[in-house]
Design a protein around this ligand. Structure first.
Ligand code: ADP
Length: 845
């Protein structure tokens, strides 16, 4: 065979390889899916897939491969799950209920389409008959309103010789036409035809109009016969016809039994031109070559090495990511020309993959942007919902809890009323706890929980924990201990509120889940890092313990282990919140201890070490009697639309000697402020007509333009979110007190902003200090029935009733009452009995 013919065949082969590579990418996807689906038919394989999962998998392929227009799996009747009868007439499965999911983006979006013609279509019937892969003839299909030439590639789902269905993809084939147009051989006179097994032309150099029609439109009868033979027998042919040299080679795709043909045509005068020259010209040429003998040999070496080194150079540039480079010399009719052509083709392929990838990235980016936007909108909606629900729930709860607190101080209450009030308070507090827990978790999850770091006294916090938990532990007949190592730092900076919340959660759980024994809260120094101390807190109990398998799981929301009684029922949110808060503060939490041996939760938390001076504000303790002498006559304005909340503030403030005025909306507040110049304004945020934010802005506007002392504005808010706090401060409020508030929150704000000084009924609580010895005679301040009741309860060793009596005594005389409470809490019943035995009712009268 002449070199030119070999060259033509080599060109056709190189094109065939490229076409094969491109199409087989899609065939591979279909084959992989078919194999995965066939695997579910293997009885040794436990994997099962639902219709939904197959749908999802199919859509995923479409989403990940922008070049595919349709992706589908079609099943024989009842072959997928044997459940066709369940899906009869259901919209997506067609009347027979047969599983034929076809997902497509013909309109630009991925949607399910009914599939037609599967009873007759060769793309289903051929794989079904042959159990082999199949590539369809090109066909036109509307994609976003335009007819696009496509093929379908199909792989059969076969297991153990049984045919179950097919997995297929629909892909546009304009890339084949691009490849044909890129053929520039023999001064652009050579052509490439890609002919399917059915004699349809899938691409033809320079002739896009006829694509998709029969080969007879492009090729003469004789040539067509050879092409058909190539497809049938897989043989290559060289044919001289119609003044052209035709080289045709088969293109085998995967396991498709019928190959396509790649046909290269070259005008014969381009190839055989030297043969038409007069003989003498040939002789002349021959002698010239003989004369140039040795020189030619040198030249050959140079001619080979130069293009090869060019290819090497371009290869280097391509490796560096420059896909715009090509190698010159493609038109050469030798191996170097083939090398250059193949190399350029490879670059072209790379460039296309690169573009695909870019398109994929663009598509994914835009999908992500949409998803991000959706998530942000959802987040905003969630915040608004949280803010309003917290307001709706906390505002009435504020009134409920505030008034029950006030009522409990009323000495005229009957015992029954007193215990009813306790129930109200307890239920209210439980509800508040629940609202707070759900809100906290949502806030953390939405990334809106901010740290409020401030100096605090860690020893007082532990002391506070001791007195709180003690009561709860004693009520359950448990002992509660705080063990504090001497190195525990005292003055630190951190978010004490969150730390308190974590410790109460963990200690509360320990008490809740322990039936007998003790709960111990330990604090100590784990290590120091410069000015930072890693403080270790441990909460250990003698309760049921937690199985190793559950130790991770209990930190997930709403996980509650099985063995709890109804009375212990919680929300399953305490531990997840504690974990998230610990991590927010930069610490770690873990749990140890085996089942039946109690649990030990430990937390390592970094806290900033401070000196004593840094802690200036002393918390208000004990009951306040009134304002100290020698202070200005403080005027306070209450701006609040809810009557009961105005009343509550009035009840707290009026007895102490403050002068009060009230406004029921922002507008009124501004006008009272103008005339009356209060020292401080309690500003509710949500009010009709003009809200607290706007009123604060206006008042601050007036204050900046007028000389004189400035009124402080303290916002009263049931809002829960951190950015609302920022908004409130930005509107000109000096501080904010969260509803529901305690009396002490209100008084602390007054002390902070007005430097108001108060007179206390007694100096400080005696809690935490060793109780001084009590004399029986001191009990004479109490009604004898109450002392009798305490005595009876002590004789019965009923801690709960004792505590109840002692508390009522504390309301009459806090000094003695609280000491009795402490004796009961510490279960010093013997001591108490001795004391009560010495008491005689006559002593009191
Ligand atoms: P809950 O409101 O149910 O207490 P948590 O998130 O605080 O929710 O706790 C989750 C679960 O972990 C609890 O329901 C309980 O089963 C288990 N658990 C928590 N603390 C302890 C403990 N100290 N001892 C035994 N089990 C505990």
């Amino acid at each position: 065979m002449r070199a030119a013919e070999e060259h033509a065949l080599a060109q056709a082969q190189s094109q065939a390889v490229s076409v094969k590579a491109e199409v087989e990418v899609a065939l591979d996807t279909a084959r992989t899916r078919a194999q995965e689906l066939a695997a579910t038919k293997n009885p040794n394989n436990l994997l099962t897939l639902s219709r939904e999962q197959v749908n999802a998998m199919t859509r995923e392929v479409l989403a990940l491969n922008p070049q595919y227009i349709g992706v589908w799996t079609l099943w024989e009747p009842n072959a997928f799950d044997g459940q066709d009868s369940r899906y009869v007439n259901s919209k997506i499965y067609r009347p027979t209920g047969r599983f034929l999911p076809y997902w497509n983006r013909g309109r630009g979006i991925i949607e399910g389409e009914p599939i037609v013609n599967y009873e007759t279509g060769p793309w289903y019937q051929e794989p079904r008959r042959t159990h082999q892969e199949y590539i369809s003839n090109p066909y036109f299909y509307p994609v976003m309103g335009r007819d696009v030439l496509m093929i379908s590639v199909v792989a059969p789902i076969v297991f153990d010789g049984t045919f179950y269905g097919v997995a297929g993809e629909d892909i546009p084939i304009s890339f084949l036409q691009d490849m044909a147009n890129a053929v520039e051989l023999y001064d652009h006179t050579a052509r490439l035809y890609l002919v399917t097994a059915n004699s349809t032309v899938a691409a033809a150099t320079g002739q896009p109009e006829g694509i998709g029609s029969s080969a007879s439109r492009f090729l003469g009868r004789e040539v067509q016969d050879y092409v058909a033979s190539t497809s049938k027998t897989g043989r290559q042919h060289i044919v001289l016809a119609q003044g052209q040299l035709f080289a045709m080679v088969p293109i085998h795709f995967g396991h498709v039994p019928t190959p396509w043909a790649a046909v290269i045509s070259i005008p014969s005068d381009k190839i055989y031109a030297p043969a038409n020259q007069p003989m003498w010209r040939l002789l002349e040429l021959a002698s010239l070559m003989i004369i140039m003998g040795v020189a030619a040999l040198g030249l050959v070496a140079w001619r080979i090495s130069r293009p090869v080194s060019k290819v090497t150079e371009v290869a280097r540039q391509v490796a560096r990511g420059d896909l715009t480079r090509t190698v010159a010399g493609e038109e050469r009719s030798d191996e170097l020309g083939v090398l250059a052509g193949t190399f350029n083709h490879m670059i072209e392929q790379l460039r296309r993959y690169h573009e695909h990838l870019e398109e994929l990235v663009r598509m994914r980016t835009s999908q992500l942007e949409v998803a991000k936007e959706k998530a942000e909108t959802a987040n905003r909606t969630k915040s608004v919902f949280l803010a309003s629900i917290s307001h709706e729930l906390r505002t009435p709860l504020n009134a409920v809890l505030g008034f029950s607190q006030l009522l409990r101080n009323d000495p005229g209450l009957t015992e029954e009323q007193h215990s009813n009030l306790q129930v109200i308070t307890k239920s209210g507090e439980h509800l508040l706890g629940l609202i707070n827990n759900v809100l906290d978790l949502s806030k953390i999850e939405a990334g809106r929980m901010a740290l409020n770091e401030a100096p605090f006294d860690l020893h007082s916090l532990l002391e506070e924990m001791r007195s709180w938990m003690h009561v709860r532990a004693v009520e359950k007949g448990l002992t509660f201990r705080v063990e504090q190592s001497p190195e525990t730092p005292r003055y630190v900076s951190g978010d004490s509120g969150k730390l308190r919340q974590i410790l109460i959660n963990l200690a509360g759980n320990a008490v809740k889940y322990t039936r007998e024994g003790s709960v111990t809260l330990r604090a100590g120094l784990a290590r120091k890092e410069g000015s930072r101390a890693w403080v270790r807190f441990e909460i250990e109990d003698t309760g049921p313990g937690i199985r190793e398998a559950d130790r991770e799981r209990i930190f997930f929301p709403f996980v509650r282990l099985g063995e709890q009684q109804i009375t212990e029922a919680g929300t399953g949110l305490g531990l997840p919140i504690s974990k998230q808060l610990t991590e927010l503060m930069g610490g770690h939490i873990k749990v140890e201890g085996a089942l039946g041996k109690g649990s030990r939760f430990s937390i390592d938390l970094p806290l900033l070490l401070l000196s004593q001076e840094a802690i200036c504000a002393k918390p208000l303790r004990g009951a306040v009697q009134g304002l100290e002498e020698g202070q200005p006559h403080f005027r306070l304005l209450i701006a609040e639309d809810q009557l009961e909340n105005r009343l509550l503030l009035r009840k707290i403030l009026q007895p102490l000697g403050f002068e009060l005025r009230e406004a029921t909306n922002g507008k009124e507040a501004v006008s009272i402020f103008r005339q009356w110049h209060p020292h401080l304004i309690w500003m509710d945020i949500r009010m009709p007509e003009m809200d607290g934010l706007e009123a604060s802005r206006r008042i601050q506007g007036i204050q900046t333009s007028e000389p004189g002392p400035r009124a402080k504005i303290v916002a009263l808010t049931a809002h829960a979110l951190e950015d609302e706090r920022r908004e409130i401060l930005a509107a000109g409020c000096d501080d904010l007190v969260r509803k529901p508030y305690r009396d002490s929150d209100i008084l602390e704000a007054l002390a902070k902003h007005l430097k108001a000084r108060f007179v206390f009924k007694k100096e400080e609580s005696t809690r935490g200090q060793p109780s001084r010895v009590l004399e029986a005679s001191q009990l004479s301040v109490f009604p004898p029935e109450l002392v009798e009741e305490l005595k009876r309860s002590t004789e019965q060793l009923n801690a709960r009733l004792c505590l109840d009596a002692a508390r009522r005594m504390a309301e009459i005389d806090p000094g003695i009452g609280e000491r009795l409470e402490q004796i009961v809490e510490e279960r010093r019943f013997q001591e108490l009995l001795e004391l009560l035995d010495q008491w005689r009712p006559s002593e009191g009268t």
